[in-house]
Design a protein around this ligand. Structure first.
Ligand code: KG4
Ligand code: ZN
Length: 341
């Protein structure tokens, strides 16, 4: 076919990824090299280790993405790269590679906001335009609500005041002795548990503010599972059933809050389409509860395809929309590190 293709790079956190996407938003190839094993024993991402691993992995990942797509550098129409937000050292590895490729291929460079890309992932399998929409990005680093006016114009309207939802899943998992990253493990083990076994806090659920807080529930599960510091009350053994009950009750509380805030935000901003992306959007219970909410409200709820929920480069397909608007980056473009943008 004569569809144009672009190469996209992602290295904002702990996944090194490259993808080839055509201008019809078809993903020709998407390669993700995870660093989970490297960070596992630290229970979280170590920035210095992450940037070194990106350096080692990026070129092989790019080669793999090109060869799986059947394309070569000469076939590319543009180079896209995620430049914000994220870890500064990690972002710089991707940006430097992208600039070099843009220079040698003489193709435009497009810089992409990683969180916006998580939301744009919802567009990629949809039959028609999903924007305007209310957006929620729930990942290890972010719990952000956006009013998405168009495919490229996203206004941040709410976020967490402390931990991200995925981070809370990861910390709860660590407390329960489950591996990192903990979200998928909590989700699996919760299937055997009773979501009503423990009553965990649903912070801000009835609050007017479009804000989240997950530090209270983190403390609550810690005290329930391991005992309160200084207390002489004996704590029951963390046997398999208790772990499952704790996981299910934790998950139910987090999902309650996420669903309620999506609904509240959509109603306030007058949006009837909701798009949800990020690693936690892979959670099956969350998906179930969103489907229930859709049937109650009539909202159209679009969750990013499972393969595009956790970090990947294919969601940088938003670069096609940016290119349509002429938003080509200069070769001295810089990264914008940090958490929320
Ligand atoms: O989007 P992502 O890959 O990276 C960030 O940009 O942060 O999200 C990773 C996060 C982790 O915290 C992980 O525990 C969580 O998403 N996660 C899940 C599930 N799968 C991944 N949380 C709950 N349930 C899941 N099934
Ligand atoms: Zn992400």
């Amino acid at each position: 076919s004569d569809a144009k293709v672009l190469l996209a790079l992602e290295s904002s956190c702990d996944e090194t990824a490259a993808a080839v996407i055509d201008d019809q938003l078809h993903v020709l190839s998407s390669v993700v090299a995870t660093q989970d094993e490297l960070h596992q024993r630290f229970g979280g991402v170590v920035p210095e280790i992450a940037s070194r691993a990106h350096l080692e992995n990026l070129l092989p990942v790019i080669d793999e993405a090109l060869s799986r797509s059947g394309k070569s550098l000469e076939d590319l129409s543009a180079i896209a790269v995620m430049t914000e937000p994220g870890l500064v050292g990690s972002l710089l590895v991707g940006l430097t590679a992208a600039k070099t490729l843009a220079l040698v291929t003489d193709r435009p460079l497009v810089t992409v906001n990683h969180i916006h890309a998580h939301l744009f992932a919802c567009q990629m399998d949809a039959d028609n335009d999903i924007f305007p929409a209310l957006g929620l990005v729930v990942s290890g680093g972010h719990t952000n609500l956006y009013d998405c006016r168009s495919a490229t114009e996203y206004e941040l309207i709410g976020s967490t005041i402390d931990d991200a939802a995925g981070e809370a899943f990861d910390k709860a998992a660590a407390i329960l002795g489950l591996p990192y990253p903990g979200g998928p493990f909590i989700s699996r083990i919760a299937e055997k548990g009773d979501p009503k076994a423990f009553r965990f806090p649903r912070t801000f659920i009835k609050d007017e503010r479009l804000a989240f807080s997950f530090s209270g529930i983190k403390t609550a599960i810690r005290y329930t599972a391991l005992g309160q510091p200084g207390s002489r009350e004996p704590v029951p053994d963390l046997d398999e059933q208790r772990i499952a009950d704790l996981a299910a009750s934790f998950q139910e509380a987090v999902v309650d809050v996420l669903v309620a805030k999506c609904r509240q935000a959509a109603e306030r901003y007058g949006r009837t389409t909701l798009c949800i992306g990020g690693g936690v959007a892979a959670n099956l219970r969350f998906r179930e509860r969103l489907a229930e909410m859709a049937s109650q409200t009539g909202f159209r709820i679009i969750i990013a395809p499972q393969s595009l929920c956790t970090d990947n480069a294919a969601m940088a397909a938003i670069a096609w929309k940016l290119l349509e608007e002429g938003r080509v980056a200069a070769l001295d473009a810089d990264v914008v590190p940090g958490l929320v943008r």
